[in-house]
Write a protein that binds this ligand. Structure first.
Ligand SMILES: [Zn+2]
Length: 203
């Protein structure tokens, strides 16, 4: 619909507002530099996490990943962050907070979602692909630890030339969450293998 200049601590970005016919959400693109008709564009597909992105929650690594991806784009001088409004791996903020309570009772992040009647991950990347097409990105270097995100984008016709790891610091509040992502959601993080007690891994 429109784009506007947003100055950040990493430099000036353009924030572009999208509407769509699939949901009523306000998906966004936040980009820097010449990315239209470009190959090997540094791209982050970030799903909204109010608690992590805005409040700085230490329960997950979203806020750190958001910040680091913007920093990496700025270092490169060009890149796109697509901000998808699919809170809590697609289950919404209310259900995510309920899932947090289940996690505090001992369930991991996957089981908590399942207990609430949701899938482990209900996110979709088709709108992200349409946004990248609209911007005119020809191929991407995807900042992610999630191989499923790469295959989902490729299935939507986006050429992913390389994965760029995006690791956030581990702390006592997010380590079990991150380990679950590795063990149950196929995420690629520099963690100890599952057989090794988490406390022994090198930070
Ligand atoms: Zn998060």
């Amino acid at each position: 619909m429109t784009c506007a200049r947003i100055p950040t601590k990493y430099g000036d970005f353009q924030l572009c507002y999208y509407t769509n016919t699939l949901d009523k959400k306000e998906h966004l693109a936040f980009y820097m530099g010449d990315v239209s008709e470009a190959d090997d564009v540094l791209v982050r597909i970030h799903s909204e996490c109010f608690t992590g992105d805005v409040l700085g929650s230490r329960r997950c690594d979203c806020g750190e990943q958001l910040d680091r991806s913007l920093q990496m784009i700025a270092n490169q001088g060009a890149g796109v962050l697509v901000y998808l409004r699919q809170e809590g791996r697609g289950i919404g903020l209310l259900q995510k907070l309920r899932a947090y309570n289940l996690q505090d009772q001992g369930h991991d992040t996957v089981d908590a979602n399942l207990l609430l009647g949701h899938g482990a991950d209900e996110r979709s990347y088709s709108l992200a692909a349409r946004i990248l097409e609209d911007i005119g990105v020809k191929s991407v270097l995807l900042m992610t630890n999630n191989p499923l995100k790469i295959s989902a984008l490729e299935a939507e016709g986006i050429k992913v030339n390389k994965r760029v790891p995006l690791e956030a610091p581990v702390n006592s509040d997010n380590e079990s969450y991150l380990l679950t992502k590795v063990q149950r959601m196929d995420h690629l993080l520099q963690f100890a293998p599952p057989s090794k007690p988490i406390k022994q891994r090198a930070l």
